[in-house]
Design a protein around this ligand. Structure first.
Ligand SMILES: Nc1nc2c(c(=O)[nH]1)N[C@H]1C(S)=C(S)[C@@H](COP(=O)(O)O)O[C@H]1N2
Ligand SMILES: [Mo]
Length: 390
């Protein structure tokens, strides 16, 4: 694909340059955000750009140590450089299989009953750069994921107001970003059951107006489902009998129905759309050195496409035995769970600690992620390597 050049080295870019690249001005943080943001030291406030064209920047793991990921450190995935829409003149159209099509301004949206969801947004391609053999596309490693508090209006309320017809089974979503020539538009759709269950049109992120980089004035939030469903710069929601057609539904964002051998192509008829996220955990902080007999503290996060994480465990013997990590009390359905673990090494030398999570449906994070031709939903065990002194 033209818009995702391969093999581009990641450049570390600081926040100022990142904003310059994005062509947007820094927003003045509100009190709520300042509290979220201040807990990450200045030295760690940086992003890793993973693409030569369009902003595709991931968060370094050590900056993903808070329950809410600050807006200015939240990963960004653009398919191309959008023309950022302002609030003035913006409106959201709701049409298709509805009795009364709606046209809402940003102000109209703010006056409707509001709801807040705290949940994970992860790009389906997060971890693509870790697959063997190599998979072309943006070489995301660990940080195309974050946890945020999204506020806005339930799509169910909007569709009830518009009078959803029985023939409507899919919600087609349209953002205002226009692709470069000869590139298919980013047109997507989501099953109406999922939309009616818990999708929202969000115009706030972590208590601030939704930043332009993250789809402001408004975007779709689909808790538990991969990022490509979360249409940014939303301008139209259209109900239809069938799912949307085109490259981003029929070719991209599909996963093999049956997992085959690594590196082997899968015909389209033997794929299904990517939907729920897979259970996954990462280490965000671990000391490079430790000492026999004294505890070393490891921290990280865990999440899944089910509402909750049941357990996080650590192994210091290559997966033969597991010890439970402590789960932080803060949690919300489809949010991530922070964990911590005090490890007391008994022998000196270089040691590898693996982490794995189990979700509320009993799915256990596998040692190796299931290989798939597009490199989606990587969830192999993550590890930390620690040098233990006698
Ligand atoms: N209109 C539009 N919406 C979009 C995209 C896009 O390129 N255009 N990228 C999608 C993908 S693939 C992801 S992973 C998320 C990323 O959201 P973020 O940039 O706020 O992290 O937005 C989704 N919504
Ligand atoms: Mo994505």
């Amino acid at each position: 694909m033209k818009n995702t050049p391969e093999g581009v080295d990641a450049l570390s870019i600081d926040r100022r340059r990142f904003l310059a690249l994005a062509g947007v001005a820094a927003v003045v943080p509100g009190a709520a955000l300042a509290a979220v943001t201040d807990s990450i030291p200045v030295a760690r406030r940086r992003m890793l750009q993973r693409n030569g064209y369009a902003i595709d920047a991931e968060t370094p793991l050590d900056a993903l140590s808070t329950y809410l990921t600050p807006n200015d450190l939240f990963f960004v995935r653009h398919h191309w450089n959008p023309q950022y829409a302002g609030h003035k003149g913006w409106f959201l159209t709701i049409d298709g299989e509805v009795e009364r099509p709606l046209r809402l301004t940003a102000q109209d949206l703010r006056r409707l009953p509001r709801t807040t969801v705290t949940c994970v947004l992860q790009c389906a391609g997060n971890g693509r750069g870790l697959y063997q053999p190599f998979v072309p596309g943006v070489q995301w490693k660990y940080g195309a994921v974050g946890n945020a508090r999204w506020t806005g209006v339930r799509v169910r309320d909007l569709l009830e107001q518009a009078g959803l017809k029985r023939a409507g089974h899919h919600l087609h979503t349209f953002g205002s970003d226009k692709p470069p020539v000869r590139t298919p538009p980013f047109h997507r759709s989501v099953e109406i059951e999922k939309i009616m269950a818990d999708a929202i049109v969000a115009d706030e992120m972590n208590g601030e107006p939704l930043p332009a980089l993250h789809g402001g004035p408004a975007r779709l939030v689909v808790p538990g489902w991969a990022g490509e469903h979360w249409t940014k710069w939303l301008e139209r929601l259209s109900v239809a009998a069938e799912s949307q057609k085109g490259f981003y539904m029929e070719t991209a964002y599909r996963y093999p129905k049956v997992i085959g051998a690594p590196g082997v192509a899968v015909p389209p008829a033997e794929t299904r759309p990517v939907t729920e996220l897979f259970v996954k955990s990462n280490v965000t902080e671990a000391p490079p050195r430790a000492r026999v007999g004294s505890a070393a503290l490891l921290r990280g996060f865990a999440f899944s496409g089910t509402p909750d994480v049941a357990r996080v465990e650590i192994s210091d013997d290559d997966g033969q035995s597991w010890q439970p990590a402590d789960l932080d009390p803060q949690h919300d359905p489809w949010a991530w769970r922070l964990w911590s673990f005090r490890w007391s090494p008994k022998t000196a030398g270089r040691r590898t600690l693996f982490v794995r999570a189990t979700d509320s449906a009993g799915a256990v994070q596998p040692r190796e992620a299931a290989w798939n031709p597009s490199g989606y939903l990587y969830n192999g065990w993550h590890s930390a390597s620690i040098e233990v002194d006698a």
